[in-house]
Every structure is written in C-alpha cells, then in structure tokens.
Design a protein around this ligand. Structure first.
Ligand code: PLP
Length: 405
C-alpha cells in the first residue's frame, strides 16, 4: 500500500463489523457498529488512539493506518458507527459540519453550479454566497416547498442539489424523494443536511439522496461539548473523492472528539425519543396557550406539511418555533424568565435551549429576507432537551405568564 494513501483498504465499514450488526435495529447499531473489542487487551470499549503515527512492518507495509490525518482508529470507529446509523456503506468525519460542507463543495470542478433550498443553515448560506465563488462554483437559491421548482433552476453545469429539511428556524419541509427524482432525471446528485432530524428520525439515502451530511455538534454527539461534522454515502466514487479531499484538505476531527462523539451516539435513540416526546407535549401546550400567536412543529396537525412529515420522517424531532403574543420585548422577557431553557445558540444537546433567531442565529440575514422567511421579532426557537417533560412544561407556563405581565 502506498505511503499516506488516502483510503486504507480496511476502512470500508463492511470489513469492520458483521452483517448482523448492520441488519439490526437502530439501538443495536448505535451500540455495536465499529466497536470491536481491542484484540490485544480485550478492552470492550475501543481505546482512544491519540498516536499521530503508526509503526510499519516494512517500508509502506502497515495495518491500515500510517498517519493520523490520513486515518485514525478512533475516527475510523466513529465513521463506521455513523455510517451504520444511516445504513450507509461509507462515512467520513470532518472537523465541523461547516468543514464537511466546504469539503463537498471542493469536490466540484470550477465552473460548476449548485441549486440550494433557500433557507439553509446560516453558515451554509455564508459559504455558498461568500466562499464558493472563489472555487468558481455558483449557487442558486430556490423555494422548494414545491419540489418541481428544482427543475427550472437546474442548468447544464449543475452538479449538486443541496437540501435541508426541516429548515431552521421555521421548520419548513422539503420532499426528499420528489427532489431526488427530479435531480436524478437531470444527472444531478442530491445532498441532504439531516442535522435537525438525526439518523434516528430520517434517513435520506433511503429516499434517494446521494450524500447525507450532519453537524455532529448537534444531536449525534448530543452533549454540547464537541464540534464535528460527518458525510455518509453509498456511492463509492463519491466516497473515494471525499476521502481523498478529507486527507488533502485535512479538516479532520481530533481522535479525542471522535471518542466523545462515539460515546454520545450510543444513546442517540434514547435521547431522540425523549426529545420528541417532550417537544410534542410542549408544542401542544403552546398551541393551546392564550399567550401564543402560533406554533410551528411538524408533529402538530396544524403544520402545513404534517402529512409529508409523517410520510418522510420517522418522528418529528426536538425543535419547536413559536410566536409569542406581543413584540420583541415580550419575547426577550420570556427568554429571561425560563429557568430550565438556557438562552443560547446551537441545539440538539441533552439540555434545553431557547433563542431569538431574529437577533441571534439569523441576525446576519437581511431584514427583507427575514421578513420573507417569517423570522419575526416575536419568533422564539426551542431546542427541547431531555429533562423531565413536566418540569419543562411548568417552566414554559410560568415564563409565558411572567412575560405577558
Ligand atoms: C450547526 C449546523 C451546521 C454547521 O455545523 P457546525 O458543526 O457548527 O459547523 C450545518 N447545518 C445545520 C442544519 C446546522 O444546524
């Protein structure tokens, strides 16, 4: 094998764990995929491998790992585990969700065109509008409420369609299957950012996506202490190209972060069930409250795409947005009165968070675009954690009452 080869031959997940694990249910995959006990000590939890370099038997003759940017045993175990959660053949981890996006964009030749859903994650929007141009890649944004809209945006040089569903913070859905059919008719690949649903509640590869990306920072790690991203695919050519770029660009996560994120993902199924159960209860409570103008949650019958959510998702997730009756001051009062929801950006951790998109996560979006997207000054976003539901409900109740005084 060549020195510093980008893809050690044993990195394909199928070589790492049995067909039984891959065929098993979600929780079993979360616990077992990529977790082979250490052959030397028998340690049940694979050891954290901090070494940057690996002893070779002869020049260029080694056991799959030669240098830690090119491949690391702890990262490899994590990549295997995440791939199994999406039932994908291949997984690649990056130093952040944003680095994952950047690496995928770097795989396109100069002169390429990308079609993106219009309300993508702010950092993705920033990359598409302020960085991609330097690569010679042009991005067009379209409203994909109607999947057919994607067809009119596709040009001769379009290489990718980029979709996020549900979107942030207004939780609009995109029909992944319908978009993938249109994209594939034109020979275009589909990327889905599956961060909000996590692999537990949505599996875009099964719906026709070619690449699925996650900000591992959110639900997959789930404990708000790691920044990381991942891309998974079943397409060997895409995998080979992205693995080459993972090594060439070098935006890789540390072994320590991979160890933490792997530990986090072992409870993803339990956490997601609790996030969703509490979110449903809170969304229903908010919808019945006289202090609330409206609630956006895909699990409510009032969500305009509730039927699509039921069809394409396996659950409705832990994110809720709602408009409090009143103005910016009322919203701010609510955010200061809650005790178990911490006022902070980010999402997907065990602890509940709340934020005001208009001035926080989406503060850099222009006022016109915010208005068009419905990001009003009374719109509050909740990331429902896994505290006891009753305590979260009581907290919201007292904060709504307090804010409206
Ligand atoms: C956070 C987030 C990202 C970016 O991930 P980082 O790990 O912060 O770089 C991308 N997409 C979505 C939907 C996100 O929520």
């Amino acid at each position: 094998m060549a020195h510093h080869s980008s893809v050690p031959s044993d990195r394909h997940f199928t070589h790492d764990h049995s067909a039984e694990v891959f065929a098993a249910n979600f929780g079993t995959r979360a616990i077992h995929a990529g977790q082979n006990p250490d052959p030397v000590t028998g340690a049940v939890i694979p050891p954290l491998s901090l070494s940057t370099t690996f002893k070779q038997h002869g020049a260029g003759d080694y056991n799959g790992f030669d240098y830690s940017r090119s491949g690391n045993p702890t990262r490899h175990a994590f990549e295997t585990a995440v791939a199994a959660l999406e039932r994908a053949k291949y997984g690649l981890a990056f130093s952040s969700g944003s680095a994952t996006t950047a690496t995928i964009m770097n795989s396109l030749p100069a002169g390429s065109h990308v079609v993106s859903v219009n309300d993508v994650y702010g950092g993705t929007y920033r990359y598409f509008t302020k960085v991609a141009g330097a690569l010679g890649v042009d991005v067009t944004f379209v409203d994909l409420k109607d999947a057919a809209n994607v067809a009119s945006a596709i040009k001769a040089n379009t290489k990718l369609v980029w979709v996020e569903t549900p979107t942030n913070p207004t939780l609009r859905l995109v029909d992944i299957k319908a978009v993938s059919e249109v994209a594939h008719q034109h020979g275009v690949k589909l990327v889905v950012d599956n961060t909000f649903m996590s692999p537990y509640f949505q599996n875009p590869l099964e719906l026709g996506a070619d690449i699925v990306v996650h900000s591992v920072t959110k639900y997959i790690n789930g404990h708000s202490d790691v920044v990381m991203g991942v891309a998974v695919t079943n397409d060997e050519a895409i995998y080979t190209k992205l693995a080459f770029l993972q090594n060439s660009i070098g935006a890789v996560p540390s072994a320590f972060d991979c160890f933490l994120a792997n530990r986090g993902l072992k409870t993803l199924h339990l956490r997601m069930r609790q996030h969703a159960a509490s979110a449903q209860a809170i969304a229903e409570f908010l919808e019945a409250s006289p202090y609330v103008e409206n609630v956006i949650y895909p699990g409510l019958a009032s969500h305009p795409q509730h039927a699509l959510a039921k069809r394409q998702q396996k659950g409705f997730g832990g994110m809720i947005s709602f408009r409090i009756k009143g103005n910016l001051a009322t919203a701010n009062k609510f955010l200061q009165k809650v005790k178990f929801f911490t006022l902070a950006e980010s999402l997907g951790g065990v602890e509940s968070l709340c934020e005001l998109p208009a001035t926080m996560t989406h503060g850099s979006v222009s006022p016109e675009d915010r208005a068009a997207l419905g990001i009003t000054e009374n719109l509050i976003r909740l990331s429902v954690g896994i505290e006891d539901t009753e305590d979260l409900l009581n907290d919201i109740k007292q904060a709504l009452e307090g804010a409206s005084k």
